[in-house]
Ligand binder design. Structure first.
Ligand code: PAF
Length: 270
């Protein structure tokens, strides 16, 4: 596994990889089983696997959240190696934002709803950095040979990235990967490690309530009753499927999750 601490170092290598099937897994580090499932899928489907680790400051609307974001580089590199990553890109903030973030990707519709409503600028930061990372990672012009992997837990992000790739004719296939869950149903997330024991025992109720409530309002009411501060619960069509998405706080930890209503019909109200 080769670790690239600058964009130039990766670019020098990628020149020799032209047209080799490339799998790209962009992350902010603090890797968990959700990330390793993306890496495994990339490993199965592609000849070369590139992982990026970059804690992107522009997608944090709350400076406290950015400061608290767990940075676990050594463990991340070990996990990457164990899971068969070939190249790790660790770019510096100054390099990614050499323009001072004066150039941005802004989506005017979907990004303004759901998580975008309470996190102004969040998706501008995500789309801008993913655009930059896809340009850096790109080693050929054939979308069948370049695949980028994103998890369905961040469904709104995934749909926005897929639509951006289409809108800007990016030669990438955007691959969606199912949410990986703890045995009690909690979606894997870097934020889970910041939950207190009490919050951790409540947290799986988010998924369970989304699945089992008859409608979004019932889910919101039940989550509030058990102690979540709910940002939103909304049933909507995303990605051609009927979905229920939610964001809710336990203390100052914001958790998100979603379920497919088409495949998992809502059961009776809890
Ligand atoms: O999902 C994430 O980890 C981040 O939003 C991403 C896609 C790596 C962009 O910083």
């Amino acid at each position: 596994m080769i670790v690239h601490r600058s964009v130039e170092s990766w670019v020098a290598v990628k020149r020799g990889l032209y047209q080799e099937p490339l799998g790209f897994v962009p992350t902010m580090g603090n890797l968990h089983a959700g990330h390793t499932s993306l890496i495994s899928k990339a490993r199965k489907e592609c000849d070369v696997v590139l992982l990026s680790i970059f804690v992107n400051p522009t997608q944090f609307d709350d400076p406290y959240d950015l400061a608290q974001y767990p940075r676990t580089l050594q463990t991340d590199l070990e996990l990457a190696k164990e899971n068969g990553v070939d190249h790790v890109l660790l770019p510096e903030t100054d390099q990614i934002y050499s323009d001072g973030y004066t150039y941005q990707v802004h989506e005017r519709k979907l990004s303004q709803s759901l998580c975008g409503l309470s996190r102004p600028g969040h998706f501008d930061g995500v789309l801008s950095v993913v655009m930059k990372l896809l340009q850096i990672a790109q080693s050929s012009v054939d979308p069948t040979k370049q695949r980028a992997y994103f998890g369905e837990k961040d469904l709104q992000q995934l749909v926005l990235i897929r639509n951006m790739a289409r809108a800007f004719f990016l030669p990438w296939t955007i691959v969606s990967c199912p949410t990986v869950r703890e045995s009690d149903g909690l979606a894997m997330s870097s934020r889970n490690s910041r939950l207190t024991d009490d919050q951790r025992s409540l947290a799986p109720l988010l998924y369970r309530t989304l699945r089992e409530s008859g409608d979004a309002l019932t889910a919101l009411t039940l989550l509030t009753r058990v102690g979540f501060r709910v940002d939103y619960v909304e049933d909507t069509d995303l990605d051609g499927r009927r979905r229920r998405l939610a964001a809710a706080f336990l203390g100052n930890i914001r958790l998100i999750d979603n379920v497919t209503l088409d495949q998992e019909p809502a059961g009776p109200s809890l």
